[in-house]
Each structure stands twice: as structure tokens, then as C-alpha cells.
Design a protein around this ligand. Structure first.
Ligand code: EPZ
Length: 417
């Protein structure tokens, strides 16, 4: 069942509930290695990337149980093993686990990840931070070995506010008793969520959510508990779906403030957005107008993960618009596929130039990565005719039952063969 069949042209109406954030749950699950005790993670989304990380935790000797949205990890039985290559590819998990493995047992092997469809995904900032913490970094033909008998607190200046590097360094320094300072740190809400977990383990953390984070680790880690924040990118995807297909949907379980950079663009294009007790309602009352220029950037700028879905919504908005992708070097795979559906998008380097057309048409398209698949789904909902989207396993990495959720709010969408 790896294809979606979507018959476009049906406005969306009703309510949808946003699941826990994939990009918050992944580093938190990796961090459960460090306390050597129990961690309870509430509101953990049920996604293939999460399943992969849980499989790796089990491979590393941890006991993991899922009861609905609650995942319990017991890392008292952790055993130091190299993460198998098969697991690395899909979630780049060896990178996600590196800081936790270094903190727990002073050793982490990172196979050559080779990046992914959206970019090279280098890890130089992670390694520079590990080195500053006192780790020896050895480059081998098959990957990178990080070793540290004892990590020592230090000051780390990130050349770029990398989300993953910030998370890895926060986790790596959470068992080091003195204070590590990370400057030019990423400020995403997912960083704050990870800090909540690490505080629960016993680390003293200040400045999370700002560009300077202070981490004073603990020598006696405790049982821990945290609730995963709602997924702002999933919420933005549903909002983009309304922008494409029309209608009015209440997106529940999330504060609109978590996705304010995205909603600001939606409002400027002509969508109406109102806060509600449980989240916000987004309506398309008239045709949308393209903005001349939108640029992605580190939080609190416009999120790169929302760029593909925004472009999809812009393809049928009035006029000319440009979207500049400043985070990843190859994140326009959706543009050629949108053109196969009748869009008018030209990619020039890191900028997509969009000239709005009245309507897209159904087509056979293939998802090339997670957010490309989401963008094609958004476009298909507003297209005339039927669209078939293949490679939907990419979409399963980041969305819980996307088509069945869309069908509940009026879409003619289903998963087939
Ligand atoms: C996280 O990836 C997210 N993934 C990405 O979400 C998200 O797009 C990205 O942050 C930016 O917000 C998870 O949280 C699992 P980065 P990450 O390190 O940590 C460069 C999705 O769709 N860089 O902030 O890998 C890098 O090349 C995924 O859910 C270095 O140069 O992102 C990129 O250009 C996609 N050296 C930029 O920084 C490094 O050592 C941002 O990368 C690290 C990164």
C-alpha cells in the first residue's frame, strides 16, 4: 500500500488533531540512553522514523514499551554496540544517537551517512563540538569514531545554529558536572522540549530557546518524564491543505504561536486564521495572492520544512512569487513534480520562482522525500481530477495516517496498492 489516490476539488471542513512532533521525539528518545534508568515520554507520535529509533534503542539493550501515545524506555540494561548500518540510512540515527552514546559510554561510531535527497547533511559542527568537549575524533574509511574517557565542560560557538548539533551537544554535556555553554545555538521549540527532558534527568539548563544555552550536567541522573510538543510542521501541512483545497478547518492540539512564522505568510496571502480554545481555525474565503518573496531560515524565521508545502499552495495563488531555500541545498524536488501537475515553477539555484495558475490537474507523481510527499498531497487536494502519489513511505516517516485524517475532513483521499 505505497500509493495515495487523491481526487481533488473538495473543500476541507471539520477538525483535525495534531500529533506529537517527530523532530522533538527523535532526540528525546535518543537521549533516554543517558540516565541508565526509566524515561516516560508522553504524546510520542506513531511514525516510521520513531519506530526505527525504538528498534535501535532495543538493539542497544534498552527495554522499550509503547502504550498508545506513551513510550517508556528503561536504559538500565543498555549495552554499547555500533548502530547497524541498515538503521542509519532512514533516520540518520547514528548522528542522532552520537551525543547520547558519548555521554553514556564514551564511544560513538558514525558510519558515513552520505546525506540524503535534500542535501549533503554534513556533521562537522557536531564533531567540532564533541572535540571541544574533549572527545577524540578519528576518521576511518567506513565512518567516524568519537571517543572520550571523560567529557569536560567548555564553551562551544556554533558556526551555524544547527538543530542537530545543538541537540547532540546538549545531550552530550548533560552528565558533565560543570557548565557547558553553547553559543549561536538553534532556538527551535524542539530544542526547548529536549531541554525539558534533560532537566527531568537532572541537568540544570538555562537559555534553551535562545541562542545561548548553559548546561550543567548531573552525576546522578534520575528517572525522567516529558511530554512531546505538538508538531508545528504537521499543523502547517494541514493549513497548506486548506490553502490549496479551500474550506475551513480547526487544527486542534497546538497553539498557533508554535507556527507563527508560517501562519504570518498564510495571512499575508489571504487566509483567515482565528485562535480557538483548542488551537486555531484556518479558512479560505477567497482566492489567494502570492507574496513576492519568502525566505527560509533558522527559527524564528520561516521553517525550511514548510517550504515545499508553501510552494504547493502558491502554485494556484494569484500572481508571481519567489521562495528562497537558505537551509538545504537541494530541497526543490517537489517543483518539477508540481509542474507535472500543471504548475509554473522555475528553480534558479536556491530560489523557486512561482507564477500562479488557475488550477492544477491530476497526475501520476512520486514523492522524493518526506516534505515533497506532503507538498504533492497538498497540491493534489486542490487539483482538478485524480492524482496518484507513489513512494508514500517517505510521508509515513513524518505523518500519522495523513490520507485517512484528510478523508475525515472531506478529502477524497485513500491509500491504495
Ligand atoms: C533538523 O535537521 C530536522 N530534523 C530537519 O527536519 C529540519 O529541516 C532541520 O533541523 C532544520 O530545521 C530533525 O530534527 C530530525 P541542521 P538537522 O543541523 O539537525 C548544515 C524534516 O523534514 N549543517 O539544523 O540535520 C546543514 O547542511 C527534517 O522533518 C552543517 O553544515 O538540521 C543544513 O544546511 C528535514 N554542519 C543546515 O546546517 C553540521 O554539522 C541545517 O541543518 C550540521 C548542519
Amino acid at each position: 500500500m505505497n500509493r495515495y489516490k487523491i481526487e481533488g476539488g473538495y473543500p476541507l471542513r471539520g477538525k483535525t488533531e495534531v500529533c506529537g512532533a517527530k523532530n522533538a521525539a527523535l532526540p528525546i528518545l535518543a537521549a533516554t540512553i543517558i540516565n541508565g534508568r526509566k524515561s516516560i515520554i508522553h504524546n510520542c507520535p506513531d511514525l516510521s522514523d520513531i519506530t526505527s529509533i525504538i528498534e535501535i534503542l532495543k538493539y542497544l539493550g534498552c527495554k522499550v514499551e509503547r502504550r498508545g501515545k506513551d513510550v517508556t524506555v528503561d536504559s538500565s540494561t543498555f549495552i554499547s554496540r555500533t548502530i547497524p548500518h541498515f538503521a542509519m540510512k532512514q533516520t540518520r540515527s547514528s548522528t542522532i544517537f552520537a551525543g547520547a552514546l558519548l555521554a553514556r559510554n564514551g564511544y560513538a561510531f558514525i558510519p558515513g551517512s552520505g546525506g540524503c535527497h535534500i542535501g549533503a547533511r554534513p556533521i562537522d559542527l557536531h564533531l567540532k563540538g564533541f572535540k571541544a568537549l574533549g572527545a577524540d575524533i578519528t576518521f576511518q574509511p567506513d565512518g567516524i569514531v568519537c571517543r572520550a574517557k571523560h567529557l569536560r565542560a567548555c564553551r562551544i560557538e556554533l558556526d551555524f545554529p544547527s538543530v542537530g548539533a545543538t541537540e547532540n551537544l546538549m545531550i552530550a554535556s548533560s552528565l558533565t558536572p560543570a557548565t557547558t555553554i553553547i553559543t549561536n545555538a538553534a532556538m527551535e521549540p524542539e530544542i526547548v522540549n529536549l531541554a525539558q527532558y534533560l532537566r527531568s534527568v537532572g541537568a540544570h539548563i538555562k537559555g534553551d530557546g535562545t541562542s545561548e544555552i548553559h548546561i550543567k550536567g548531573t552525576l546522578s541522573p534520575k528517572d525522567a518524564e516529558v511530554t512531546v510538543i505538538p508538531d508545528r510542521i504537521v499543523a502547517s501541512t494541514y493549513a497548506s491543505a486548506v490553502a490549496s483545497a479551500g474550506g475551513s478547518v480547526e487544527i486542534c492540539g497546538i497553539s498557533p504561536g508554535l507556527l507563527s512564522p508560517f501562519l504570518a505568510v498564510m495571512r499575508r496571502m489571504g487566509m483567515s486564521i482565528n485562535c480557538t480554545k483548542n488551537g486555531f481555525t484556518i479558512c479560505k474565503n477567497s482566492g489567494l495572492v502570492n507574496l513576492p518573496y519568502v525566505c527560509t531560515g533558522p527559527y524564528p524565521l520561516f521553517p525550511t520544512d514548510c517550504q515545499p508545502m508553501l510552494v504547493a499552495a502558491m502554485t494556484t495563488a494569484y500572481g508571481f512569487g519567489a521562495v528562497r531555500e537558505k537551509i538545504f541545498e537541494n530541497r526543490f524536488g517537489h517543483c518539477s513534480r508540481l509542474n507535472d501537475m500543471g504548475a509554473n515553477v522555475t528553480v534558479r539555484g536556491r530560489t523557486a520562482l512561482i507564477r500562479g495558475v488557475p488550477k492544477l490537474k491530476g497526475a501520476n507523481v512520486d514523492a522524493c522525500d518526506l516534505r515533497c510527499g506532503a507538498a504533492l498531497t497538498v497540491a493534489a487536494l486542490g487539483a482538478g481530477g485524480t492524482t496518484y502519489i507513489s513512494n508514500t513511505h517517505y510521508i509515513d516517516r513524518g505523518y500519522e495516517n495523513l490520507v485517512s485524517e484528510l478523508a475525515k475532513i472531506g478529502a477524497k483521499a485513500e491509500r491504495i496498492d
